[in-house]
Design a protein around this ligand. Structure first.
Ligand SMILES: Cc1cc2nc3c(=O)[nH]c(=O)nc-3n(C[C@H](O)[C@H](O)[C@H](O)COP(=O)(O)O)c2cc1C
Length: 171
């Protein structure tokens, strides 16, 4: 897929077929995340890839809107060192957002659906992922082939119109 097509085709996919994701494709998706830019190139991310069904079911309990994780072919848990202060926290959120976008766009490029999830219950995440002390599971990205229809560029995305969002030269 062209980048422009992948950008337009990505959408949150929360129902997945039984088709597994190949190791090659998973590695491409993870490499896309690794290549994201970050403040001072600090690369705060770690990716824990879960594909065992029992573990996915347990991982889905970390947040009330994480049900799709249990049904995914694989889920990437984005784990980072607990930030030292508010400034680092802001940078962390920004940079993890960039890694997430890379991951989701590469997945879309491969025809693989993806769905975000926030994380609330850190103790549950720690139990499932076996994270070291001082690390947090910040977000989950569930992956799998879409049940409803293949990823294709959306003609009418659910977005504010471009001319409402964009200001040229001045607000
Ligand atoms: C920071 C962040 C957290 C999100 N958390 C969840 C979540 O916990 N569960 C979920 O189903 N979707 C979650 N989403 C997905 C958004 O609801 C979704 O991206 C938005 O509604 C736009 O839909 P689209 O991605 O299909 O274009 C999250 C998205 C972001 C950016």
């Amino acid at each position: 897929m062209e980048t422009w097509d992948a950008i337009r085709a990505r959408r949150n996919v929360r129902q997945y077929t039984d088709q597994p994701i190949s190791r090659d494709d998973l590695e491409k998706i993870l490499d896309a995340g690794r290549r994201a830019p970050s403040a001072g190139n600090w690369q705060p991310w770690n990716f824990v890839v879960v594909s065992d069904r029992d573990q996915l079911v347990e991982l889905a309990k970390v947040w009330q809107a994480a049900g799709h994780v249990a049904r995914s072919a694989a889920t990437i848990a984005i784990v980072a060192k607990e930030p030292e202060d508010a400034r680092r926290r802001d940078l962390l959120e920004y940079d993890l957002g960039q890694a997430t976008a890379n991951i989701m766009l590469e997945a879309a490029d491969l025809g693989i659906g993806s769905g975000h999830s926030a994380v609330s219950d850190q103790e549950q995440a720690r139990r499932v992922l076996d994270m070291p002390d001082g690390y947090l599971c910040m977000y989950l990205i569930a992956l799998g082939y879409p049940v409803d229809r293949p990823l294709r560029p959306l003609v009418r995305p659910d977005r504010r119109p471009l001319d409402e969002v964009v200001h040229w030269d001045r607000w």
